[in-house]
Design a binder for this molecule. Structure first.
Ligand SMILES: C[S@@+](CC[C@H](N)C(=O)[O-])C[C@H]1O[C@@H](n2cnc3c(N)ncnc32)[C@H](O)[C@@H]1O
Length: 261
């Protein structure tokens, strides 16, 4: 699992001060709290106050909050974290939201003490999208491929968000780590293909309500904007039957970076 790999690459953790950047609801940070042990500390950082509060509640309910800190700060500067103050920086699926990735890497290097370690995972969307013509969020919609292309066009563009999510690959992550001054850098690319949709929807409605990023239109909105009513019906009928019959293939590409300052 991704969490265990990220923490595994950051080992040894016993007694460490670990900063989890973009901690979200605590997937990495809470597991890290167990692994740093009684002499370690985990700093949860995020741009979302609500998610930090949620992580704090979870740490509290596990009886671990005395060794946790919760800091509202952005990955691009980590302003609230002093220089050379942490042993380990972890982050998972956060850089995809960060336009200025070199600033985030510089901040990681700044807060790490000499010899400190960075361990991160990011999805590499550039190697997954655009999908093949006969696929839509992984669903086999070959019969309406032309309509799918028009719907898909609603999601593409040169916005800052799209560039942040799509505009880098595993080699760029290696280059960013080197440029930030990390002396040892190891990058692993993982490619997994399996049955299922990249959206992993719990229902057909959930699929229609899902969007590739928080500022993009939902799939439902994109379909309505791109197609006439007749076309919408044809497209939705095909998508629905692929959904009901489970005709879908998920292709996932992700990169792990382990680096030492
Ligand atoms: C997909 S979630 C990942 C959460 C967590 N790392 C995990 O593995 O479950 C992305 C997280 O990044 C945070 N985030 C987005 N932009 C950020 C930024 N510029 N600096 C720090 N955190 C950010 C979001 O608030 C959210 O908690």
């Amino acid at each position: 699992m991704i969490r265990d790999r990220v923490l595994g690459h950051a080992a040894p953790l016993e007694g460490a001060t670990l900063l989890d950047v973009g901690a979200g609801d605590g997937l990495i940070g809470l597991a890290a709290l167990e692994r740093v042990g009684p002499n370690g500390t985990v700093i949860f950082s995020d741009v979302s106050e609500a998610l930090l509060a949620h992580s704090e509640q979870r740490a509290d309910s596990l009886g671990l909050s005395d060794r946790a800190r919760f800091v509202h700060t952005a990955a691009e500067d980590l302003a609230a974290i002093p220089d050379a103050s942490v042993d380990v920086v972890t982050t998972r699926s956060v850089l995809i939201y960060v336009a200025e990735k070199s600033q985030a890497f510089a901040a990681f290097a700044r807060v790490l003490r000499p010899g400190g370690r960075l361990s991160l995972f990011e999805p590499i969307n550039r190697l997954v999208f655009p999908e093949p013509d006969d696929r839509f969020w992984g669903y086999d919609i070959g019969a309406v491929a032309g309509l799918a292309a028009r719907v898909r066009a609603q999601f593409t563009g040169a916005s800052r968000d799209v560039r942040a999510m799509m505009g880098f690959d595993d080699r760029d992550l290696a280059d960013l780590a080197v440029a930030a001054g990390f002396e040892r850098v190891h990058v692993e690319r993982h490619i997994d293909v399996e049955p299922g949709s990249s959206m992993n929807p719990v229902s057909f409605d959930a699929l229609l309500d899902s969007a590739p990023n928080p500022n993009a239109p939902s799939t439902r909105e994109a379909i309505a904007a791109a197609l006439t009513e007749d076309e919408q019906e044809r497209f939705l009928t095909e998508l629905r039957s692929a959904f009901d019959e489970g005709r879908a293939t998920r292709r996932m590409v992700g990169a792990y970076v382990a680096a030492q300052k």
